[in-house]
Write a protein that binds this ligand. Structure first.
Ligand SMILES: *Cc1c(COP(=O)(O)O)cnc(C)c1O
Length: 392
């Protein structure tokens, strides 16, 4: 294993080595975390609605434990399919106004499983260059041709669709909100292209579910595109504050996935108590609208303050606010300085983002107050000047 040491030394030398660090939650305050001795404002979590500490969710999980036990004991197709699944899936389909829904163990497995089940050798998948790694891995596992188009570049996508027009099946897949940039996919144009070329469209709402739409259904629903999206995927691990993922679509799609999605077939079902937590979270996403409204106001405040101070924060309006730094080492040192000043904001480096675009990816939660965010902005501006991220 000498080669590993050599490669790790290279990674460390390029400020690209990663390591695991303990993070301790703060009960009742989803927007904070303790690392080492410090209580930090957590600007590096995907707990957008602050639901991970919601008492109703914790209570639902606690109450279901004695009856359901710790683990499901088998995959859903064997004996792991406890009764809460069907209730949850009916509620999900109703929420998304689709025929049917299917719960997966997590978003990574949902993406890998769906793409593998829907396309194979002789097919083509058209995928945005900045799509999430789980989509990329699903495409690789599927053995279909991987046609990557430049980020949000519909002209490039059209060229690729044209080039591969004779492929057996065609699937366009995109994040609705991009996980490291916080900007939106041009969903209306994607729908037009998928119609024109007879392709299917899959949308990953990991970072938009719970946030957009009348009842938090996501961006597709907010744009009135629900029925045009053949495969609608989202997770329970971000806005929902719990764990797991869902796919919504036609009854036929769900029947197909039950038969063909390998991560569903060959992996143990979720711990059943988690299903109780997810069901409660699904109700809260729809009923506690104030969380969405507060989050939207926070996004506006945080983005406009950083942007007014001279930071380039990208094109989005989501709770993901990237500050691109470029150099890996500087991004790391900036992140360390933020932590010393009470803010958890992790440096995101290649290969998670393209080379030369290391960044701090700030993410907001409905648990943060306006005063906390205003204070954070002044710290970020002060350190931004110190680290030459802000030029003045
Ligand atoms: C986080 C994420 C996933 C994976 O979801 P998990 O439930 O955390 O496995 C999938 N897609 C995107 C776009 C994500 O950001």
């Amino acid at each position: 294993m000498k080669w590993m040491e050599d490669e790790l030394a290279l990674l460390a030398g390029a400020s690209l080595e990663r390591s695991l660090r303990d993070t301790v939650p703060v009960p009742g305050r989803a927007g904070y975390a303790v690392r080492g001795e410090r209580r930090l404002l957590n600007l590096s979590s995907n707990d957008y609605l602050g639901l991970s500490q919601h008492p109703a969710i914790l209570e639902a999980i606690r109450q279901s434990l004695p009856a359901e036990g710790g683990g499901a004991g088998a995959s859903r197709l064997v004996t792991g399919n406890r009764s809460p699944y069907s209730r949850l899936e009916e509620a999900l389909a109703a929420w998304q106004n689709r025929e049917a829904a299917l719960v997966f163990a997590n978003g990574y497995m949902a993406n890998c499983g769906v793409i593998q089940a829907v396309v194979g050798r002789g097919d083509a998948v058209f995928s945005d260059r900045l799509n999430h790694a789980s989509i990329v891995d699903g495409i690789v596992l599927s053995r279909a041709e991987h046609a990557r188009y430049r980020h949000n570049d519909m002209e490039h996508l059209r060229q690729l669709l044209h080039k591969h027009r004779d492929k057996r099946r065609k699937l366009i897949v995109t994040d609705a909100v991009f996980s490291m940039d916080g900007d939106r996919a041009p969903l209306r144009e994607l729908v037009e292209l998928k119609r024109e070329y007879g392709a299917n469209l899959m949308v990953d709402e990991a970072h938009s579910g719970g946030i957009y739409g009348e009842r938090g259904e996501g961006l597709c629903s907010e744009l009135g595109l629900g029925d045009e999206v053949d495969i609608h995927m989202g997770t329970f691990s971000k806005s929902f504050g719990v764990y797991g993922a869902y796919v919504c679509g036609s009854r036929t799609l769900i029947r197909w996935l039950v038969n063909k999605a390998r991560p569903l077939i060959y992996s143990t079902a979720l711990p059943p108590s988690i299903l109780a937590g997810i069901s409660t979270a699904l109700e809260l996403v729809q009923t506690e609208r104030w969380r969405r409204d507060k989050l939207v106001a926070s996004c506006l405040l945080f983005r406009s303050s950083l942007s007014a101070a001279g930071f380039h924060v990208g094109h989005g309006d989501s709770p993901i606010v990237p500050v691109i730094i470029g150099d890996n080492d500087r991004a790391l040192r900036f992140s360390e300085a933020l932590e010393e000043n009470g803010i958890a904001a992790v440096a995101i480096r290649p290969p998670t983002v393209p080379d030369g675009t290391a960044r701090i990816r700030f993410s907001l939660s409905a648990d943060h107050s306006e005063a906390e965010l205003t204070d954070a902005v002044s710290v970020i501006c002060r350190l931004g000047l110190e680290f030459g991220v802000l030029n003045r």
